[in-house]
Design a protein around this ligand. Structure first.
Ligand code: ADP
Length: 426
């Protein structure tokens, strides 16, 4: 068994840090004792260090399943910068020959980053199995939970894939700490006995506030005022791309801040440019949809404003958690206009199909311009789910969305301490 001394030595020599952050050593010792481990640590707590260090100490392949190509690439670069060249991401953006080279030379790698879809390709799965990974990491593990804010159906394959790989030691990491998400992660990974390492989610340096409005104009005017007055950099979240564009334009005109929009309708190049400029303080404010954020490692964000209601309290906590990673005072303000919950309801209806839609999409293969729902249902069908099961799953999903919205509205309306309410919730 690996001793704590070994972990400390490697921390100093390879990573240049003197001490572990809360939760890191606990997770490492849990893994070293052979326990599958669920690490619930707040954003910015240093989850990546856990598996990077584990790989450095054990000299075995660490296989990291990650939801986003940009996240994987960031991590490969950061490992490379630290002198660890044996890191690669297998992505759909690689050429055939690059892909083949990595697959053929897996035993030379210490860290391999993949998406769940990539890992489920038979050729990739067989190659990974042949090198016997020492650790399987499911990063952003809340993506596997239908209760989680970033649910991704592709993640549902992972429990099965883990068995096909011969049940390797597994680390699941997330910042989402509700009991039902935790239980769901374990259930879907088929790891009911996993050890849990949990750090409290409180972020005392983020001031929480909700402002309520009766007229849309008042809300817009207040946003302009806040952006003029608050310290930047800051992020403003919208649930509509159109509104994000409009307000970016308005704020550029009415304040001295440099503002840009960020959402899925922009091409990849523009998104990359906006992200880079924001990282380098060449932009002060981003008007974003929830597409912005996962993997953003900018530690001096001073405010996060929500112009529309977030998806649920978990997403809210994750999105505002991007503020104040440097520990400095920051603010999170939710601007609520009476009736905003109808927009949330509308968006939820648009993504969660009804029974008759499910029957239709179950029989018709999606076309290029089909709704997201069509792809989702086809995905389930391809993976052996029956029509009735899909209907049941979405009925449950609808109930969950309704519950999440009512919890959010309680947060908006509660006159007492917002922080105490969120603490209670988690
Ligand atoms: P998370 O994935 O939990 O959001 P990261 O793994 O990106 O957080 O880590 C956030 C930052 O903290 C990184 O810049 C990382 O280098 C730093 N960090 C991690 N562990 C330590 C440590 N023990 N001491 C000092 N800094 C650390």
């Amino acid at each position: 068994m690996i001793s704590n001394d070994q972990f400390y030595q490697t921390l100093r020599l390879r990573f240049g840090f003197d001490s572990f952050r809360p939760g890191q050593l606990e997770a490492l010792t849990s893994l070293a004792s052979g326990q599958n481990t669920l690490a619930v640590l707040p954003t910015g707590a240093g989850k990546t260090l856990i598996y990077e260090l584990y790989g450095a100490v054990t000299h075995q392949l660490v296989l990291v399943v990650s939801p986003l190509i940009s996240l994987m690439q960031d991590q490969v670069i950061s490992l490379n910068v630290r002198g660890e060249k044996r890191a690669a991401a297998l992505t759909s953006q690689m050429s055939r020959s690059e892909h083949q080279w990595v697959v053929n030379h897996l035993k030379f790698y210490r860290y391999l980053f993949v998406s769940p879809e990539m890992l489920s390709q038979p050729q990739v799965l067989a190659a990974v199995k042949a090198v016997k990974p020492g650790l399987l990491v499911v990063d952003e593990a809340h993506c596997i939970s239908t209760w989680g804010p970033d649910f991704r159906p592709e993640y549902l394959l992972l429990g099965q894939i883990r068995h096909q790989l011969g049940d390797p030691l597994t680390l699941m990491t997330t910042a989402t700490a509700t009991n039902r998400v935790k239980a769901d992660i374990k259930r879907k990974m088929q790891l009911s006995k996993a050890a849990e390492i949990i750090q409290p989610v409180d972020r005392p340096n983020i001031f929480l506030d909700v402002e309520r409005f009766e007229a849309a104009d008042d809300k817009d005017a207040r946003l302009v005022e806040l952006v003029s007055e608050l310290r930047t950099p800051g992020v403003i979240y919208f649930s509509s791309k159109k509104k994000a564009n409009e307000m970016a334009e308005l704020l550029n005109a009415k304040t001295s801040c440099r503002v840009a929009a960020y959402h899925a309708d922009l091409d990849a190049e523009t998104r990359f440019k906006v992200q880079q400029q924001f990282m380098q303080d060449q932009l002060d404010v981003i008007c974003a949809t929830s597409a912005f954020g996962m993997g953003i490692d900018k530690n001096n964000i001073r405010f996060v404003i929500h112009y529309h209601l977030p998806g649920d309290l978990e997403s809210y906590w994750q999105e505002i958690g991007r503020a104040g990673r440097d520990g400095q005072q920051s603010v999170a303000i939710l601007l609520y206009l009476s009736g905003d919950e109808q927009l949330s309801q509308f968006l939820s209806d648009a993504t969660v199909p009804q029974d008759d839609e499910i029957s239709y999409y179950f029989k018709h293969q999606p076309q290029e311009n089909s709704a997201e729902k069509a792809n989702l249902i086809w995905f389930y069908k391809q993976h052996g789910y029956r029509e009735e099961q899909i209907k049941l799953a979405f009925t449950k999903r609808r109930e969950q969305r309704a519950l999440a919205l009512s919890q959010l509205m309680t947060y908006v309306r509660i006159p007492t301490c917002k922080r105490a309410f969120i603490q209670g919730y988690f």
